[in-house]
Structures are given as C-alpha cells and as structure tokens.
Design a protein around this ligand. Structure first.
Ligand SMILES: C[S@@+](CC[C@H](N)C(=O)[O-])C[C@H]1O[C@@H](n2cnc3c(N)ncnc32)[C@H](O)[C@@H]1O
Length: 290
C-alpha cells in the first residue's frame, strides 16, 4: 500500500528534507556573503552539499543548522565550512589552454617592453578565484619558462573565498591524473615525483611555489587589495555563479586595481558584453583595461 509522504516529514539518512523556507534562508545568506546565486533549481544540489556538514555535526534539520551558523559559536567554527561546501571548485592545470598561449606569446612580451618593466619592476598577476591552485601554478610555470627561471620577473597573488581549497593550493600536491594536462617539458622542469608514502603523488617545485602568495579573499569585499596595481587578472569560471549586477560591480572593482592597459582573462563561457564597457576585447575572453 502506498502512503503519502510529506516533504517536511522525510528523513534522508537521518537528515530532514529542506523546506522551501529553509532553502530561501540559505540561498539569501549565500548570495549576500559570496555573491553566488542559488536559484530554486539548485535546491537538490544545496541540500546534498549542506547535509554532509549536518551529518558531521549530527544536526538533523536545516533550520537548526542555519541557527547554528548564525550563533557566535557557529560563526567561528562552522561558517567557513559551509562556504567550503557551497562553492564549486572545479579546475584543471592548463584549463582553457589558449589563454596560456596568449599569455606567453603576446601578453608577457608586450608588457615586458613597457618602461615600468624595463626598469626591473615585476609583472603583477592575480588569480582571483584560484580554487586548489592549478590556475596560478599554470601561470607560474608558463611565466617561469618565458623568463627562463627568473622568478623575480613576475609576482603572482592567488586568492579564493574557500579555506579548504586554499589548503590544497598552498600544499601544491596533486595526483598523477591531475598533472596530465601539463605539457611534458614543463612537467620535467617543475613537477617533483613523490617517493615512499608519497608514491603516486606529485608536488610543484619550490621555485614555482615561491612565486605565488596564496590568500583568503572574498570578491564581494568593498575594496579588493587596496593599493595594488595588477597588470594581469585571471578571474575565470567565477562570475558564472554571480548575477549581472554583482558581475558589473566586480568588474568595476577590478578596473580600480588594474594598471592602465592591464589584461583581464575570464572563463570561455563568460562575457563582459553588456556588463562592463571599461575593458576592450583583446582575444577570446581576454580584455584590456581602457
Ligand atoms: C570553478 S572555480 C574556478 C577556478 C579557476 N579560476 C579555473 O578557472 O579553473 C571557482 C572558484 O571561485 C571561488 N569563489 C566563488 N565565489 C567567490 C567569492 N565571492 N570570492 C572569492 N572566491 C570565490 C570558489 O571558491 C571557487 O574555488
């Protein structure tokens, strides 16, 4: 015999199903803190991601988890873990590889010919939304190869809102599968093979790791990196999760901290068209500050 099951009464592995009100509470909180838009179609995804944290904490309802996050104790102990699970961190070495050809063949040669760099200043590069580090390490390898190991020619800042991904990024240790997209000559120069209990793992060489400063940073902050003058910004596959007003505000903030004529790389499925006219197209999803 079939019995009617009311959503509120259903328990999935001990965790109550999320009501629409609970979904609204979380999606509003996530949007106001991270800028990430959670439309109702993402309810199932959000449910499954948050339920992992709730199981770990043995909290049985989403309302109780929400209250915990809002409490003084939850704010310091759990808040960042909630951010960790709601962000999407997919990334790869040499993701959208055309960008790295443009970087090495056009952007770096052009920038190094400018007076500022001729005088010995490094090129400032920012990987904004760097996830587990594959993007800034790719930039580091490409730049190091260009300058034949002269690390001081570039300075790379890599930031993300998620504590968990930054831990992996700082460590710089990856699986054999993860390093596959790295061209063999670069792998030979910049990747160290693990031994003993690290067999099967690979670490980015200290020379490349030293080029990069990792830092936690929320792109929703009012002022990003005060005093910075970035020559190149990579912000790829990040704005895809934001709505248009949030994207427009972010590009205004990028504009403020970028050097005149600086380059902005965004993801291949993203665009500035109709969002910001302060940058001019300079290649496939590559722009220059006006
Ligand atoms: C899909 S990954 C993209 C990684 C890399 N840029 C790439 O293209 O491979 C998006 C990253 O943006 C980060 N992110 C999302 N919202 C953010 C925010 N408000 N501030 C900083 N980072 C954010 C996420 O934590 C995630 O690691």
């Amino acid at each position: 015999m079939m019995t009617e099951v009311k959503p509120e009464a259903v328990f999935l592995s001990g965790v109550k199903t999320m009501t629409d009100r609970e979904f609204d509470l979380f999606s509003n909180m996530i949007y106001s803190v991270t800028g990430i838009k959670m439309p109702p179609v993402k309810k199932l995804m959000l449910t499954s991601r948050l339920s992992k944290r709730m199981k770990a904490l043995e909290i049985k309802s989403y309302s109780a988890y929400y209250e915990y996050i809002c409490s003084p104790e939850g704010r310091s102990a759990e808040y960042h873990r909630m951010i960790d699970v709601v962000t999407t961190n997919k990334t790869d070495f040499f993701r959208e590889s055309d960008h790295f050809s443009i970087l090495a063949d056009r952007v770096i040669p052009e920038l190094t010919a400018r007076a500022k760099f001729m005088q010995g200043n490094p090129i400032n590069i920012w990987s904004a939304g760097c996830s587990t580090g594959e993007e800034p390490y790719t930039i580091g390898m490409v730049a190091s190869d260009y300058f034949v190991g002269n690390r001081s020619s570039v300075s790379i800042l890599a930031t993300d809102i998620s504590t968990r991904v930054l831990e992996t990024a700082v460590n710089g240790v990856y699986t054999e599968n993860a390093i596959k997209p790295i061209p063999l000559p670069l792998r030979k120069k910049y990747i160290l093979r693990g031994k003993g209990d690290k067999e099967g793992l690979f670490r980015i060489s200290p020379d490349i790791r030293k080029m990069i400063t990792f830092r936690k940073l929320n792109l929703m902050d009012k002022r990003l990196i005060p005093g910075a003058e970035m020559d190149i910004v990579f912000c790829r596959n990040v704005i895809i999760y934001f709505d248009r007003p949030t994207q427009a505000e972010l590009f205004d903030k990028f504009y403020e901290i970028m050097a005149p004529g600086g380059y902005l790389f965004i993801g291949s499925s993203e665009t500035l068209h109709g969002i910001s006219d302060r940058f001019i197209p300079a290649g496939p999803t590559v722009y220059r500050k006006k």
